[in-house]
Design a protein around this ligand. Sequence first.
Ligand code: ZN
Ligand code: ZN
Length: 264
Amino acid sequence: MITLRSGRRWLIDCGRQAPDQLHDAGYSWHDISGQIITHVHGDHVFGLEDFAFSRFFYGKGEVPSTIESGHGPELIAHSAVLEEIWQTLAPSLRYLRDKHGNRCTGTLETYFDVIRPADFEPPRENQWRHSERFVAEGFEIVTRESEHVPGKPSCSLEIGVSEDAGGDRIAWWSGDCTVDSEFLKAIEPRTTVFFHDCTFVDYPGQVHGFFDLLRALPERVRSKMVLMHHEDDIESHRALVEAAGFRVALPGHVYNLETGARVE
Ligand SMILES: [Zn+2]
Ligand SMILES: [Zn+2]
């Protein structure tokens, strides 16, 4: 969850555990202004149907239902990812009735206020645009193609954290991807904090951030990096991880994205 200076809250991804995790943390879907999606895998999108339906049919407090207001939560995703989001949600969200009770067809726009990119970079590695930049109320974000499952639309995120317009400081979020050392080194000077997915299990055709490659990054990158561990055995690796200068993300932790410091 990202909390903006205005107090508005956005989610990065919405996996199969997200509805329960949000509830356990004391929030409801109506506390969320917008949703960013990095890519379509179950641990990143399987909570979206619940979000869409809950907001569509029910209002709460000062937040009216989407049916009532005509506006859903905002949604940001790279256009190649957006297509796959609808492919996974359509079998649930497509079937609706209009106010006269006649059958009609829902689309992603029926449920979400989909934000379109302000600009983009042309394709590089894949058929789809290399990056797209979005401007939302209170922040800017770049979704950039990353190497996850070869050929699959999947993005890392560059979240603008400068308070002044025109500032280029970012907080970086990996989504799921392999370690792109050259890229990470290149963006380090303007990055306050990196959140990188991490695994200790290597195999041919690795699709995640393998720890040995993360550990080989220069100290200036590692000291700004928070690892998001895929397996449940982080405690058995903690000494090694912390000796290499990394921090470890766990549920409930809070970071100030402007400074990169952990505050809770
Ligand atoms: Zn994942
Ligand atoms: Zn994935």
